[in-house]
Design a protein around this ligand. Sequence first.
Ligand code: ZN
Length: 312
Amino acid sequence: MPEGDTVLRTARRLHLALAGRPLIRTELRWPTLGHADLAGRTVTEVVAYGKQILTRIAAADGDAPQPRIPTVSADPLTLRSHLRMEGRWYIHARDAEPWPPQSRGSVRAVLGGTEWTAIGTWLGLLDLIPMAAEATLIGHLGPDIMADAFVPDGALEAERRLTADPQRHVGAALLDQTTVAGIGTMYMAEALFVQKTSPWTPIGEVDIPALLATARRQLLRGATQAVPSTTGNPRRGLENWVHGRSGKPCQRCGTIIRVAPIGPVLKERPAFYCPQCQPGPTPTDDGRPRNPLGANPKIREDRRPTGYRRGR
Ligand SMILES: [Zn+2]
């Protein structure tokens, strides 16, 4: 699943391709947006907020000829897209490829600019709303950990939200987008490894400023990398310290990496960790290697952790 770094990289590419120029032709292949036509409108900017991509579109030009039956409001608009599991935005030069045919079932949105065409495939969410109403879509989210303004104000607000329940497991609190936006299972696991902290540590016992600084540094670096790597080693299987490496030896200490579900019931996500490098509470799991939960939804009930113990 794409995390904040991929979303930020995507938003930057869309901004370079579309911002400051009018759209020539558009298609939103989304049930509720099928008739929305944004041709003639200018993209002002494309920004990321956590895992959301916000394509901001200027008000309609009052002097330009208007369609006889307007399909969208003349006010400034925001097109919100979310990559969810498989979503991607591709960009190609305007005349390099034909306009995607309707038969290309993966296509959810096409934004044709004067120079570039952006094609969104398998998008998880797509909304077109007045720009003034953006807060209805993202207002509940915590501060964006990759935003320029995160230091210091956003970090203080994120810490306040994260510690609202000091008993909460730090891994679960980081994944909750309403506390801090942009961290998924990968950067949760990787930041906690670097901080030598078990994902099941009560967040009240964690050095939160240091943890947020580490996660932010990893995400911002990932946004500049074609293959995000937290270890600095781009070799396949060695890009990460623990995420996706259950059953393999820790690159620091050689202990077998483990994985167990974390988070509220029915919303559990996989947390990968090294029991040696990350002392603290750990689930009483059986230690067997597993795929991430998304890849293997049939986790057997009897393999769920039943309790917690103090590690080491
Ligand atoms: Zn280790």
